[in-house]
Ligand binder design. Sequence first.
Ligand code: AMP
Length: 460
Amino acid sequence: MTNDSFSSLFISKAQVANLDVLGYKKMTPIQAQSLPQILQGKDLIAKAKTGSGKTAAFGIGLLEQINPRFFGVQALVLCPTRELADQVGKELRRLARSIPNIKLVSLCGGKPFGPQRTSLEHGAHIAVGTPGRIQDHLNKKTIQLDGLKMLILDEADRMLDMGFFEVINEIIAKTPKTRQTLLFSATYPNAIKQISRSIQRNPVTITAEAEHQPGVIQQLFYEVKKHERNNTLLALFEHYKPESTLVFCHTKKQCNEVASLLRERKIDALAIHGDLEQRERDQVLVQFANNSCPVLVATDVAARGLDIKSLQAVINYELPRDPEIYVHRIGRTGRAGQKGIALSIVIESEQFRINAIEKYLSKPCICSVLAALDRSPGFTLQAPMVTIQINAGRKHKIRPGDLLGALTGDAGLPGSQIGKIDIFDMSSFVALERAALRQALNYLANGKVKGRNIRARKIS
Ligand code: AMP
């Protein structure tokens, strides 16, 4: 049994008091399981997602290790993206309030190099950043890692997916062998096991939460011939008629092809993968989340950051090689107390992938055939909403209420025809019922929002 009060840990009284001020009354499961091990100096692999409290788990652990009187980098946190690094930095700063004079430097790509170098020159105890930029600092000798006590890989699986394997190894080669290494990862594929073997010593493995409740997700596998893959995908839509679906593909090319195929058959679909620019990615995600696009076709990497509340179906256009990725994919449906359906297209030569899933889940997979699906000729799937983009956003001090006010007030639309409003730095997106589109665009062509002339267009 684990004790879940922070005061049961060997940490400073000041930190216990700080956690209380932060409102952390008791440990989350990942903290209760990992902190005793981390505080004993053990290496650790923790399977945990964002939202589990993993940052505080390693944060509390690393702060106990820091010697404030030594002004060198003693803890390094590697993150896949700048967004995550910023989030981690913020949480560590909150936790570090309990120790006077702790300096943290954020080392991310896309930010000017000079200020980072200056911060490092002034002495930083903790560095948080993305692998590429940290490697730049090592190459330019603006960072030294020979005093490093703790190395943390956060979202390690995502860093590997993004191709950081070599860079991470190069960074690790510049750190002392005596360091403690913690690896956090949402999934645990072979590549993670491999990297763990090469960089960790006798790691303790921890899994905080079960992926999902049994029985909530209905799983079905359709075994078909290779040339029937596309036809089966269409048949699945015609038979199950899901209102919101995430289709998983292996490659970017496949994503584009599958999305085009669906659109040709009048099933609204958008593809999302690593080749999209941030702007395009935002547009796709906004449309999927606000009911303007019922189907998203994605690679595993692109689907990672998706925060989707309710999805009726997940379709594996192709089964993943790793059963754990399968479990992760289908966990996108059947959330928040709703039932979900996971449909997988399998070709005969991939039967071994089903075997691996059966072994992993310790239960048989139900296989069916194409002929079992009822086709509805002429089936189409159109989103109930459409999205308009407006060329004014947060930087122009636009708030959702301003847009809602303009559309319901001056433009005369009923509020019930207006859906989700998303405000970005330079632009905003409004979901509208299809029937309201013309009226909204007509108004916005001449009307103003917050006294500004604006431009609006429908996106798709
Ligand atoms: P993370 O999984 O690290 O992204 O943390 C998710 C959120 O949980 C963050 O906003 C933390 O501030 C918060 N949090 C972390 N640990 C605790 C705790 N023991 N009690 C309450 N909230 C926590």
